[in-house]
Design a binder for this molecule. Structure first.
Ligand SMILES: *[C@@H]1O[C@H](CO)[C@@H](O)[C@H](O)[C@H]1NC(C)=O
Ligand SMILES: *[C@@H]1O[C@H](CO)[C@@H](O)[C@H](O)[C@H]1NC(C)=O
Length: 395
């Protein structure tokens, strides 16, 4: 064999080795999943490399941004709500009645993502088309340049700007038909903002629905059965999720290390573990094969320096029942092969126990991020359709 064919053969073998990942049996289009996951991993490596070289780690991701371009049905505008950049999608067609609205918060580990990213821009347009609603997709400053509570406060500032009679009237929005929604880190921010709204006398208009799409809801226990089972699953590995959590609070690597060992919560805060105790909060079937042990406590220095991870605005699962019971109609979507699955499942259990009306959609055959891949995967398209239909019928 000549040199050229041999090196070609070796390259192909290496590529196949890199791309091949075992995926669960019930996954449709497995090769397409592997290729998508390989591309995600390449991006992660590029981010690590850029970071080492002293560049912004997510610089390459600017390629995903699109300008606000109106189409035949939707007017798209970038503007500021309380100084926070938002992208607003409005139906072009005039309406004689007031419209519904969705206040959307994108995901990306509090570190990446943007309302201008193609998947979120697409989602905004699709929501307008299917729901005839006004969609506000908010941005927020991100880690590692900004840490908690900046992300939360930006989102809340934009939300409170929007939830005013005058502003809603300008957009022709019915104040009784507004949903807050977000995916992943955006689901975390949506849950936290909805809790804060309950006790904010300055905001008279509340939301009708909170919709939490594979949300992150607690940073206390990152050794839940879902973290154990899905530590290396596409599209979000345990290591990356823990990195995102720790970066939300600080760039100090000591917190990441402690979180990876699941030994970051100090003994003084041990009463909080009841709110994330999976042996009481997870349905039987998700506990199978796992043994619950009481958590090991960490040094109190970390919690003193970075109290954010014990803060209910970062870990909405830490709210007590007296707060939870006042929450609005809640839609929660969880995915089987997702490290964040059990956060969502435990919130479902806690909200139901508190008497909140909860609609829970569990996707048995996909990974974290299912709704963002609707252009490429059948399972993803199916779930997005189901979700939009639910909003259409309930908002
Ligand atoms: C606009 O709406 C019409 C009717 O619902 C639809 O057929 C068309 O594809 C939409 N155009 C765009 C650009 O979304
Ligand atoms: C978690 O719940 C179990 C009961 O299912 C209990 O034995 C254990 O002490 C609880 N742990 C914490 C930290 O609340």
């Amino acid at each position: 064999m000549g040199k050229k064919p041999l090196s070609l053969l070796i390259s192909c073998a290496l590529l196949a080795y890199f791309v091949y990942t075992p995926v669960p049996e019930n996954i449709e289009q497995p090769w397409k999943v592997m290729i998508a996951w390989a591309l995600v991993r390449v991006h992660i490596q590029v981010a690590v490399l850029l970071d080492i070289l002293g560049f912004p780690p997510f610089a390459l991701l600017h390629l995903l941004e699109v300008s606000p371009i109106s189409d035949a049905n939707v007017t798209v505008t970038d503007t500021l709500f309380n100084e926070v950049p938002v992208r607003v999608f409005e139906p072009k067609q005039k309406s004689s009645t007031m419209r519904r609205a969705v206040f959307y918060i994108h995901g990306g580990g509090w570190a990446m993502g943007d309302a201008t990213w193609i998947p979120y821009d697409d989602l905004g347009r699709e929501m307008v088309n299917k729901l005839d609603a006004v969609v506000v997709s908010t941005n927020y400053r991100r880690s590692p340049q900004y840490h908690f509570p900046t992300q939360f406060e930006d989102v809340y500032d934009a939300l409170r700007w929007f939830l005013r009679k005058k502003v809603l009237a300008e957009y022709g929005v019915d104040p009784t038909r507004i949903s807050i929604a977000g995916d992943s880190a955006g689901g975390n921010l949506a849950a936290a903002a909805t809790q804060k709204l309950l006790d904010d006398p300055a905001v008279k208009i509340k939301v009708k629905i909170q919709s939490l799409i594979y949300p992150a809801l607690q940073a206390l226990d990152v050794d839940l059965p879902s973290y154990r089972e899905n530590a290396h699953m596409p599209m979000l590995r345990k290591y990356n999720m823990v990195l995102f959590w720790s970066l939300y609070f600080t760039s100090d690597k000591a917190l990441k290390e402690a979180m990876l060992a699941n030994q970051h919560t100090p003994v003084e805060s041990s009463h909080l573990f009841q709110f994330v105790n999976w042996s009481t909060l997870l349905p039987e079937r998700f506990q199978k094969g796992h043994l619950y042990t009481n958590p090991i406590h960490g040094h109190s220095d970390l919690a003193k320096k970075y109290p954010g991870f014990l803060d209910v605005r970062a870990s909405p699962l830490l709210a007590d029942d007296s707060k939870l019971q006042r929450l609005p109609l809640t839609h929660i979507l969880t995915c089987q092969y997702d490290v964040l699955r059990d956060d969502g499942l435990m919130y479902v259990s806690r909200l139901r126990a508190a008497g909140v009306q909860v609609v829970h959609e569990h996707v048995e055959d996909w990974f974290h991020g299912v709704l963002s891949f609707s252009k490429y995967f059948r399972a993803s398209r199916r779930e997005l359709n189901k979700y939009l239909k639910w909003l259409e019928e309930n908002l």
